[in-house]
Design a protein around this ligand. Structure first.
Ligand code: CP
Length: 321
């Protein structure tokens, strides 16, 4: 379906009018252009102020969020958009049983220029995009994907490290239910000489669909179950990306109870990792990442979250301008 989107000469047009459903849908050129526009947010913040006229950003959040909701809302307001939001599904007609189909049709009919959707169902964003005449951004669809998190994760790595090619990255924690790990894995496949290590017990290992994609794209990855082996690998990685146990996604609560508290990354990790290596986390954290790390230069996660605003300002402007 053709989407509504304006044109503007001299502007990178790889995102114009597009849905953002999967990190698989974007090229290296797209990501690098996005980073340039994200840099511009800091170099010349006035550039973006009020850039989009007559825009309405509709945030439809059927699951909780702090970072994604607030950074998109702030980005939209910086750009001069009006904002309309479903923030608490219990206060919308979703609580009365309204379908996602009807919710999207209604939001669109009230003049939304773009719909930013977070939903617990895998595939919800793609479904919404098929219904909607305006672009849809996937702000997280169950355990499947969170492509704008991957964009800000890549941006953070590029800024901190000076580039993405040649990256050695270890993911640690709940890799099975983490949508940020799958999206970042997909996004990394657009870059050269990437090595990925998935460190988790078998029950939390990376999903088959991600491995099939990486195999197709020729990306090198290893699944690590043994903790001695994991420690060896952590000596040489550029980035350790930690995730929390996604309690809300465990089909069996007793499995979550068994795994709760099974891993915590604390300051002792710094004696293993390279001095210039970074620790990332999409946040929120629960107990898997010690606050004692927060003041260390290796703790990249607050910059990572903060730069989500740069990336989302750039993304909205590239889609809508
Ligand atoms: N990283 C992330 O998606 O955080 P929120 O759930 O707070 O939006």
């Amino acid at each position: 379906m053709e989407k509504v989107g304006s044109t503007s000469p001299g502007w990178y047009d790889g995102f114009r009018g597009r849905d953002v459903i999967s990190a698989r849908d974007f090229s290296r050129e797209d990501y690098e252009a996005l980073f340039r526009y994200a840099d511009l947010y800091e170099e010349d913040p006035g550039f973006y102020r009020g850039l989009l006229k007559d825009c309405i950003a509709a945030l439809v959040f059927v699951e909780p969020s702090t970072r994604t909701f607030h950074s998109f809302e702030t980005a939209a307001r910086i750009l001069g958009c009006g904002v309309t939001a479903i923030r608490d599904p219990s206060m919308s007609s979703i609580a009365k049983g309204e379908s996602l189909h009807d919710t999207i049709k209604m939001i669109e009919s009230y003049g939304a220029s773009i719909i930013i959707l977070r939903h617990p169902a895998r595939g919800a964003a793609l479904y919404a995009a098929e219904i909607s005449r305006v672009p849809v951004i996937n702000a997280g669809d169950g355990s499947r994907e969170h492509p704008t998190q991957a964009m800000l994760d890549l941006y953070t790595i590029a800024r901190k490290r000076g580039g993405i090619d040649g990256l050695r990255i270890a993911f640690l924690g709940d890799l099975r239910f983490s949508r940020t790990v799958s999206s970042l894995s997909y996004a990394l496949s657009s870059f050269k000489d990437i090595e990925i290590f998935y460190i988790a017990p078998p029950i939390l290992q990376i999903r088959r669909e991600v491995k099939i994609y990486l195999d197709d794209r020729g990306v090198e990855y290893k699944e690590i179950i043994d903790m001695d082996k994991a420690r060896e690998i952590l000596r040489s990685v550029d980035v350790l990306y930690v995730t929390r146990l996604q309690k809300e996604r465990f089909p069996d609560p007793s499995e979550y109870e068994k795994l709760k508290g099974a891993y915590t990354v604390g300051p002792e990790i710094l004696s293993i990792m390279r001095s210039d290596a970074g620790i990332m986390h999409p946040l929120p954290r629960v107990d898997e990442l010690s606050p004692e790390l927060d003041s260390k230069p290796n703790a990249w996660y607050f910059d990572q979250a903060r730069w989500g605003l740069n990336v989302r300002v750039a993304l909205l402007s590239l889609i809508l301008r």
